[in-house]
Ligand binder design. Structure first.
Ligand code: FAD
Ligand code: NAI
Length: 478
């Protein structure tokens, strides 16, 4: 007799584990299956985000930022630090510890919420009167078995896209996995794709001493960001020594000795050949559905491998849902989590909801970049009349005290109603400041609303208030 559950979740990334917990909170019997495994064989729930994504990248960004501060910025505070050096093995060991704390935290939460965790691969194996049969393959440890779920939530995430002719070997040609586990600082690091991963991980290894060259296929830098923010970011990154080449066409990637040779046509079409010790390929990610047994039950998957869903995450099969990176929309952990909660609530008969146009974006470089809502370019192409107000961190007292005055905040508001349509930030703690802007947009606030709210002094958040005041040309401090 197969064990039956109200809900089976396949995948325990930020989408899957949050869906499992929320469904259990709502009184459902829940199983969650995840195949993530540490080298020693123990379970590694938490998905890309916890193991090879958000968490380890932010741990290394923090360590490398401390190093850069000790080398270059302590002096201006009157602090002398001599003999500063980096122990890469210790830095990676700390990162691994942070990852494990998060893995253990998820297993603890499963126990606390009575979610039954299966370590292994889950795949559709058919259906019965009670629901869908899901096969649990414990990956060679024991014999597999089937469980039954009335509802199934697919949360199998994504994996890095390979460049044709340059398969990941994780020694010289690295995906995010290899790039987060280097044992020494490469002298010359190439990065194909100047997107979010390229900029964050390129920054880590540049701060630690690598010469970093980013080769980007598009002619525009950070095409998804507001153009003014992207221009400011490019200037700041180039000042730091990141070399960014736009409009390149990669012709070949060949292993050469311990390293890699990349041949590419530059923006002028001139062929270039560069040697790197390590090469990160970060050209986007693809939904992960290969091991799911989708065909067994007729689950619809599109040409990219994404599970096809409507705006409420319903698939073509009754009571089968899909969330996170494996479906349409931005590949962000918080988007996966919001969909997770909404689906669990829908299963429980509630009215879960996700507002896609207020999902924030953050790039954790220095300066940090963050935004919510539409860019100026999108408003122009949508034919929306808007007013814009900006405020530089150079004029913010807290930023000056921190010694971090790069960047600005820009608020875009509807020309008639004054409703905030977008906020774009580049500068210190932009990742935290954007939360206020998301809140404002969720409540359909006007720029006048933000401008009239009391913000603590001295705080970076005053730059948001001042940018809102600037929409009406009454900024007080610039
Ligand atoms: P995943 O996290 O990919 O989890 C899917 C899980 O399903 C995995 O554990 C996988 O092992 C498991 N699985 C797959 N198939 C099966 C199967 N058949 N059976 C059992 N288990 C299976 N996003 C942010 O919002 N902020 C960031 O700062 C950020 N930083 C990132 C940095 C890097 C380097 C990378 C690569 C990504 C980053 N992301 C970030 C993106 C974020 O990691 C993803 O959007 C998020 O992890 C998606 O969550 P998910 O639950 O949909 O999928
Ligand atoms: P990305 O989509 O951010 O960037 C990929 C870049 O590669 C793009 O600029 C694209 O134009 C370029 N590119 C594509 N093919 C190319 C080619 N053949 N040659 C040269 N350039 C090429 O994808 P990335 O950086 O791989 O990250 C994947 C996803 O992970 C992101 O889209 C994001 O959703 C998520 N992520 C989020 C983070 C955050 O929220 N802070 C951090 C890291 C990743």
């Amino acid at each position: 007799m197969n064990q039956c559950f109200d809900v089976i979740v396949i995948g325990a990334g930020p989408g899957g584990y949050v869906a499992a917990i929320r469904a259990a909170q709502l009184g459902k019997s829940v199983a969650c299956i995840d195949e993530g495994t540490h080298a020693a064989g123990s379970p590694a729930p938490g998905g890309t985000c916890t193991n090879v994504g958000c968490i380890p990248s932010k741990a290394l960004l923090q360590s490398s930022e401390h190093y850069e501060h000790a080398l270059h910025h302590f002096r201006e505070h009157g602090i002398t630090a001599t003999g500063v050096s980096i122990d890469v093995a210790a830095m990676i060991a700390r990162k691994d510890k942070v990852v494990r704390q998060n893995n253990d935290g998820i297993l603890y939460l499963f126990k606390k919420n009575k979610v039954r965790f299966f370590h292994g691969r889950g795949s559709f194996a058919g259906s019965t009167e009670q629901g869908y049969l899901v096969h649990v393959d414990p990956l060679g440890k024991e014999v597999g078995h089937d469980i039954v779920g009335e509802h199934v939530i697919v949360a199998t995430g994504s994996h890095p896209r390979e460049l044709s002719g340059a398969p990941f070997d994780e020694t010289a040609v690295l995906s995010n996995t290899g790039a987060l586990a280097l044992r020494s600082v490469p002298r010359r690091l190439g990065v194909i794709g100047a997107g979010v991963i390229g900029l964050e991980l390129g920054s880590v290894w540049r701060r630690l001493g690598a010469e970093v060259v980013l080769l980007e296929g598009l002619p525009t830098f950070l095409a998804a960001a507001d153009a003014q923010i992207a221009a400011e970011a490019r200037k700041a990154f180039q000042r730091q020594g990141l070399r960014i080449e736009l409009g390149v066409t990669v012709r070949s990637v060949e292993r050469e000795g311990e390293g890699v040779r990349v041949v590419y046509a530059d923006a002028q079409g001139v062929e270039q050949s560069v040697e790197f010790d390590k090469l990160i390929v970060s050209v986007g990610r693809v939904p992960h559905t290969a091991s799911l047994g989708a065909d067994t039950v007729g689950l619809e998957v599109d040409g990219r491998g994404a599970v096809v869903v409507d705006e409420e995450c319903r698939t073509n099969l009754p009571k089968v849902w899909a969330i996170g990176d494996v479906v349409r929309g931005p590949m962000l952990a918080h988007k996966a989590e919001e969909e997770a909660v909404a689906v669990a609530e829908r299963i429980a008969g509630q009215h879960g909801h996700v507002r896609f146009d207020t999902i924030p974006w953050v790039i954790y470089t220095s300066p940090e970049i963050a935004w919510v809502g539409r860019t100026e370019q999108q408003l122009q192409s949508d034919g929306v009349q808007y007013r814009s107000g900006a405020f530089p961190f150079l004029a913010n007292g807290r930023a000056r005290a921190l010694g971090d005055t790069t960047g600005f905040v820009k608020v875009l508001a509807d020309a008639d109603s004054d409703e905030v349509l977008g906020v774009h930030l580049i500068g210190p703690m932009a990742s935290e400041l954007v939360a206020e802007c998301v809140m404002a947009m969720e409540f359909h606030a006007s720029s006048e609303d933000i401008a009239r709210i009391c913000h603590a002094h001295p705080s970076l958040s005053e730059a948001v208030k001042e940018a809102a005041l600037a929409v009406d040309q009454r900024s007080l401090n610039s």
